[in-house]
Design a protein around this ligand. Structure first.
Ligand code: 5GP
Length: 338
């Protein structure tokens, strides 16, 4: 345990709203008021939603996205968002007790900009970013996520791909700590063939690109190759790459953000069947990450323990190799590598 605890590591794949501590949500629920707005969940729905989150029984990826409805309803004001963001940053970056090191020394937190009745998209990003910027640039940075369900364009009131990309570029140019863009959300939604110009613009502006890719067996090989053709710097999950895609990823040395517990709970039956084994054999760059600590009840230490523990509990990776993987997770940070 102390070997893992003391290993300097980077967390590169953590979704803000998927990592909010349950205690924070319970606290926010105490003052929840739907304000008679029929588009917001009722108090009874919030209570039921919290109960689902508490007893999360995940056996496939599709029910997973519905769980965010409760979280989003509870985090709908600037104050609630600041509280939640602060708790997530602290969970990763602050020592839990004087003798215990923090979960990681560097966190690249990601979130999908959204708006509520009291919060504009710009306010949402500014609020999260201001919390991130309370830590040093060596400790924390922000990635903005594009949700596959977002329209490409729209009027001023819509949260669109083009708006989020433009905001990310503007903030980066203003010296704020946005370091990259992510593509996430329901893995089967949207038409990814239209994304190229947006990704190209972001890359030209110096933003790192990470894409959730081939998360389910239903993602087509054509879509996967198309996303790879956009030249991402890193990939999220990359669970179901076919031989052609795997060969390209290895040839281009595109680092993979590996989320073992998340995959085991949703898409991969056993650790020995996990695609990490292929990339370990190839000595390919990977970063071990948590994804969503709220529903998966995991921690970065726990994910590293899975690497180190002997089979069948873990993967039996040597300490020397685990050290190399941890160092790789720091080297693959967008603030260092792009
Ligand atoms: P947020 O971006 O709102 O801070 O974090 C939650 C969101 O991240 C979810 O609504 C979902 O769109 C995205 N997300 C979280 N975990 C996953 C995952 O495992 N796969 C994909 N594709 N998206 C995810």
């Amino acid at each position: 345990i102390s070997f893992i605890e003391n290993l300097p590591k980077g967390e590169l794949h953590a979704h803000l709203n998927g990592c909010v501590p349950l205690s924070v949500l319970r606290h926010l629920a105490e003052s929840y008021e739907p304000d008679g707005d029929p588009s917001r969940p009722s108090l009874a729905q919030i209570t039921a939603g919290l109960h689902t989150l508490e007893s999360f029984d995940l056996d496939d990826i599709h029910g997973f996205f519905g769980a965010f409805r409760t979280i989003y309803a509870l985090i709908a004001t600037r104050e609630a968002l600041a509280t939640a963001t602060r708790a997530v940053l602290s969970q990763f970056l602050d020592s839990p007790s004087p003798n215990e090191p923090p979960e990681c020394v560097y966190l690249e937190l990601r979130t999908t900009p959204r708006h509520t009745s009291t919060l504009s998209v710009e306010d949402y990003i500014d609020c999260v970013l201001s919390e991130v910027e309370r830590y040093t640039p060596n400790q924390a940075a922000l990635i903005l996520s594009l949700d596959r369900r977002m329209p490409l364009d729209g009027d001023d009131t819509a949260v669109t791909i083009s708006k989020v990309v433009a905001e990310a570029i503007r903030l980066k140019n203003d010296g704020r700590r946005v370091v990259g863009l992510d593509l996430c959300g329901d893995p089967l939604a949207g038409d990814m063939s239209l994304l190229e110009p947006y990704i190209a613009k972001a890359k030209t502006a110096g933003l790192g690109i990470t894409l959730h890719i081939a998360e389910t067996l239903r993602n087509s090989p054509e879509e996967t190759l198309q996303l790879l053709s956009y030249g991402p710097h890193r990939l999220g999950h990359a669970t179901f790459l076919d031989e052609e895609a795997k060969a390209k990823v290895v040839k281009d040395k595109i680092g993979i953000e590996i989320c073992l517990s998340s995959n085991l709970m949703q898409t991969v039956p056993t650790l020995s069947a996990h695609h990490i084994t292929h990339y370990l054999e190839q000595n390919h760059p990977i970063a071990i990450c948590t994804d969503d600590t709220l529903p998966f009840r995991n921690s970065l230490k726990g994910e590293y323990a899975l690497l180190l523990a002997p089979p069948p509990v873990g993967l039996g990776v040597t300490e020397a190799q685990v050290e190399k993987i941890a160092q790789g997770s720091l080297d693959a940070a967008f603030s260092r590598s792009v």
